[in-house]
Design a protein around this ligand. Sequence first.
Ligand code: OGA
Ligand code: MN
Length: 293
Amino acid sequence: MTLDIRQIHPLFVGEVHGIDLRLALDAATVGEIIAALDRHAVLVFRGQDLEPRQQIAFAQNLGPLYLGLRKIHQKKVHRYDEEAVSDISNVNEDGSIAERDSLKMYTMLANQLWHSDGSFQRDAARYSTLHCVVNPPGGSVTEFADERAAYDALPDDFKKRLEGLRAEHFGLHSRIALGYDGYSEEDRRKLPPVDWPVVRVHSGSGRKTLYIGAHTTRILEMHLAEGKLLLAELLEHTTQREFVYRHDWRVGDLLIWDNRSTLHRGLRYELSERRELRRVSTYDPEFAVSQAA
Ligand code: OGA
Ligand code: MN
């Protein structure tokens, strides 16, 4: 089938029509979805109605599944039996709203900092699929920033300054930055930081892209303060309005984004109202391999 895609932002983001993601997809359609992601970086599908298993089956078309922090938080109770489903909600196992001070709420609040999923792991996430099941009455928004366009727009001398720089990414950093102090030494040890080049080539498009966000702690080659300021400057540049798409959620939406070439963050919503989304991501074998050497 030929996908019906409309670009809904001047730089990126395609809205896809006429496809039911519950159905098995043939190889040609999967190829079209991946080509569309290479081009648009974010795809929006409206009116989908997927059970967790169906979302997993769909995501598996895009690559091997990413299990995120599951390796670390073995003890945590999950609302879903399926290991690959991340519960992006403010709801506890018993259906109550999570406490402000809980790790769960900190995790949800950390999602409100610009980030790229799993950048703190060697097997980082390539694609994330996020499906909206319950939207609070006041609505909720997730924003996406186009890191390829942001890179392109940097002045040449700035691009030159970035050559050869690597940033360290640490998985607990964003929650600690927000004030969560419940991590043990063992939690920290289980999740050693990783480092990635600040500028990478996005293989699907051959375009250069930034790879930054809330998991970054420092630039390895720079003085700590100077490196932090550089990361802050790059984030400020990348998240200027012209590079940002704002997604106003409706129940039934399913979004896919490419974590190699976009940053995202949730916006503030009323925490006492239920908000439930389900995320299934794939991991990025390419960079895991190329960076392990
Ligand atoms: C995520 C995420 C933001 C949001 O699911 O990875 O960052 O708005 N979500 O829920
Ligand atoms: Mn995320």
